[in-house]
Design a binder for this molecule. Sequence first.
Ligand code: MLT
Ligand code: ZN
Length: 443
Amino acid sequence: MVRAVGSANVLTDPDLTASYECDFSGRYRGHAAIVVRPADTSQVAAVIAACGRHHAPVVPQGGNTGLVGAGVPRDGEVVVSTTRLDQIGEVDSARGQVTVGAGATLAALQAAASRVGEDAGLDFASRESCTIGGVVACDAGGARALRYGTARARVAGLEAVLADGSVISRLAGLPKDNAGYDLVSLLIGSEGTLGIITRVRWKVVPQLRARVAALIPLHTAAEAGALLSALRAHAPSLESCEFFLDDGLQLVLDHQRRRSPVARRAPLYVLAECAARSDPTDELADALQRAGVEDALIADDSAGRERLWALREGITEAIKAAGIPHKLDVGVPLAQLDGFLARVPGAVAASGGGRAILFGHLGDGNVHVNVLGPEPDDTRVDDAVLDLALRCGGTISAEHGVGVMKARWLERALGAPELAAMRAIKHALDPHNLLNPGAVLTA
Ligand code: MLT
Ligand code: ZN
């Protein structure tokens, strides 16, 4: 290992490995045999080959911003940190693509794209820490997925190290390339269980500088659904449509020691943002009027927009400051959203109780159910919320991934045939269960 990456990049001192051993939420923690920090693809390949020779299981880790326990060691695995693979190539404006190292942060990619008038087409609050390899390995979503899709839609190709230490590379970014099985798609969202992503060919989108945001207080999720329909119909520049509830707003205000910008408080708030080449304010105002909205906070300058977004993006930090949350990321069909939100408190109460804070990406039917109170290893509330999501026709994982948190739920969510096919793929590519064992698929 030392020969592959140099002694400075093999960490064994508990003071140095500690930050790699506990996840962002504080719920998942374990012990790493060692933490290895390769600098390039050939070093990753050498590390994985060495781990294979010693039958040492591997947990790949990027910025350690994952929320389902898949990026931290569980039981003495080798943590392979990708943060040193942080090179970002030149943006090819003709093709709208750039090759990005797995360890580059989303913020670094956004900055590189912005310098040439482009946009990464993906955004969320952990942008300064999360890495592109992790973003792709989890098929992360975020607020702009409504317009641009999840990370999957941004991938024109990738390079990865497989469990036997071999390297597969599709970095040409050819828009038309249907030669053989689509291993690139298979690796996206595989959460480090089929290969370690080392580079990504990323599709940027044209930067839209004219932006306007609106915070709209509402009474029910049904009203929010109707508002979303009106925005979709009358504001083609709609980029994000998020929601949070009043107790989430209060938590953020208390945490940020801020006064409420909303004079008349309501049970639910929608935060919508439009982006275009020319000022979309009139378009948004017209859509809001057609939706019957009389009371909205509009922000058409960047400072004002940032203040509104801090209310939505600050929820995660505010929850973290209040305790160790159970972070359940589910998706439900929009028609079921009202019923789902109404039934969550009952499901939480029946499973032992806790404080449920709900927020998320309205436009994607993606609800983040965060529950404070239950002990980290008490899974009753996880089961209750995931069960409810499935009974509403939804998914147990919208954008955070399955991880170790939901692995035992995958068969119920997908059915035995699909799970068997996934196990067969895993066995074919990683017969000794070397890569991220216990994540996505139970051991
Ligand atoms: C978000 O939408 O804010 C992120 O998914 C993070 C979270 O769920 O806490
Ligand atoms: Zn989210």
